[in-house]
Design a protein. Structure first.
Length: 93
């Protein structure tokens, strides 16, 4: 499979900036690893990737930590992964 292009939407970009400001190395390293995995294989890897249902159909979730999830959508035809948010839980949106 080819490499996916990872695009970060504005809301997720703000969340990632907040993580950088916090300076929490454990979280930052985990996010970095998740982003790398999204480029190569967005449906498998760390953070227990989960395909969401109902109102979030088509979106995926991965654990950043106990409280926060990265929510993203995979577009197979254009080989793009779009990160929607990176803070909170999908129920928080």
């Amino acid at each position: 499979m080819g490499r996916f292009i990872v695009i970060t939407l504005p809301k997720a970009e703000e969340h990632l900036k907040e993580y950088k400001k916090s300076g929490n190395k454990v979280i930052l390293n985990r996010i970095k690893r998740i982003l790398k995995e999204l480029e190569e294989h967005p449906e498998t890897g760390i953070g227990r990737p989960e395909k969401l249902k109902y109102g979030y159909s088509g979106q995926w979730s991965r654990e950043i930590d106990k409280k926060n999830r990265m929510i993203y959508q995979i577009y197979e035809t254009s080989i793009v992964v779009e990160i929607i948010s990176a803070k909170g839980h999908y129920d928080d949106h």
